[in-house]
Design a binder for this molecule. Structure first.
Ligand SMILES: Cc1ncc(COP(=O)(O)O)c(C=O)c1O
Length: 389
């Protein structure tokens, strides 16, 4: 395999040639655990897709975003903060953290904020993992965690899903002396399944206290009213870190805002290594405002309930194998990857983007985000059309 410098030289492109030093480096540029990471494969941008497919618009039901668009309160807060963007944000993010502390009945020191919950996840990985530490999780869950752990050069152990859900017994059995963090996602992306209170309580009783349990509750708001759902904040366990986000139910995916909740001892280390001024000043203002607009959350949850009920009924009529969901998306098991691709492509040609799940290790499954009622109707019509072809 050619070295990077040789590859650049072979391109014979003056822009690249400028990068070629006169003496080739003798050391490798990147450590092996970084070199082995798969490069990010961006999807085709919407504008390009629209042009290629001759469509006026594409409805994105592939990323579990909120179809209602952002809360009015967040937009107003952004407008009001616009003239401050020449200033750095408050480094401690105190206004937002105070509001979150009040909301969750904890102290400010129990709260970390970041540019998306994934940024906090990255800070947790950097703060707590090193050397021969290991991370334990399930297959078929959020990929972001896997990338971060691998990029840290730390071993990742994954146990299989059981009935498309986290197998907490198998995870507890797989804990070893080197396990530092267990990552659980509840509801799980992309399957939409949850583990129950009962299952979580049995699980946590088996986990040694020095093992950190990272509970990703990105879709919490969509299942918060379910008495079987083990809201991690109701337990207040010292070795549990909770992650929540403004990206989904609060409809601010593009703004990048998330938060973590946990023991102040843990939160302190996360805050020590976070980039000083994240999240940005607009995100902090919008998040604060959105917390004060509970009606938006009510509308979001209602739209989701109505949409899920419609999709489930229609999928059942079509005899599709759907996995019972507790989030703002629904996963279908299509039996073969060809069927997944066929439905994906048919829907795309009809202006609807959904997510095939090969990258999640579920090549025979696809995931559809609940949209507005008219979006959901397009999904149903598109699938009916694809199945009839
Ligand atoms: C389970 C889960 N965790 C975290 C994230 C990332 O959230 P954020 O946008 O807050 O970084 C996502 C986004 O899809 C997710 O599905």
């Amino acid at each position: 395999m050619a070295t990077l410098i040789q590859q650049l030289a072979a391109m014979n492109d003056p822009r690249h040639m400028q990068l070629v030093p006169t003496t080739p480096p003798t050391k490798r540029l990147v450590p092996p655990h970084i070199e082995s990471l798969q490069p990010y494969q961006p999807g085709r941008p919407n504008d390009q897709l629209k042009k290629e497919l001759g469509l006026e618009r594409i409805i994105n039901l592939a990323s579990n975003e909120n179809p209602l668009g952002p809360p009015a309160s967040a937009i107003a807060a952004i407008e009001a903060t616009m003239t401050d963007i020449s200033r750095y944000p408050d480094m401690g993010g105190l206004k937002l953290r105070h509001a979150l502390a009040e909301r969750h009945q904890v102290f400010v020191n129990n709260i970390a904020i970041g540019s998306g919950s994934e940024s906090i996840m990255a800070n947790i990985v950097r703060a707590f993992l090193h050397g021969d530490d290991e991370v334990l999780t399930s297959q078929g869950t959020f990929i972001g965690l896997q990338v971060l752990v691998r990029a840290q050069g730390v071993k990742l152990n994954m146990v299989p899903l059981k009935n498309y859900a986290f197998d907490l017994d198998a995870i507890a059995d797989a804990v070893n002396d080197r396990t530092k963090i267990i990552y659980l996602c509840n509801p799980n992306n992309p399957t939409g399944t949850i583990f129950t209170r009962d299952e979580f309580e049995k699980f946590i009783a088996k986990i040694p206290e020095h093992v950190l349990v990272l509970l990703d509750e990105a879709y919490y708001e969509f299942t918060a009213d379910n008495p079987d759902f083990p809201d991690s904040m109701s337990y207040r366990l010292d070795n549990v870190l909770t992650l929540r986000t403004f990206a989904k139910a609060y409809a601010m995916a593009g703004l990048r805002l998330g938060y973590g909740l946990g023991h102040e001892y843990l939160i302190d280390f996360i805050n020590r290594i976070k980039l000083p001024f994240e999240p940005n000043i607009l995100a902090q203002a919008a998040g604060h405002a959105a917390l004060l607009e509970p009606e938006f959350l009510v509308r979001t949850i209602e739209n989701n309930k109505v949409g899920l009920s419609y999709l489930q009924t229609e999928f059942d009529k079509m005899g599709l194998h759907r996995i019972p969901t507790h989030a703002n998306f629904i996963m279908l098991e299509m039996g073969t990857q060809e069927r997944v691709n066929h439905i994906h492509e048919t829907l795309l040609r009809n202006g609807v983007a959904i997510r095939p799940l090969a990258a999640f290790g579920l090549p025979t499954c696809l995931r559809i985000t609940v949209g507005l009622p008219e979006d959901n109707e397009l999904v149903v019509k598109g699938i009916q059309k694809a199945l009839a072809l």
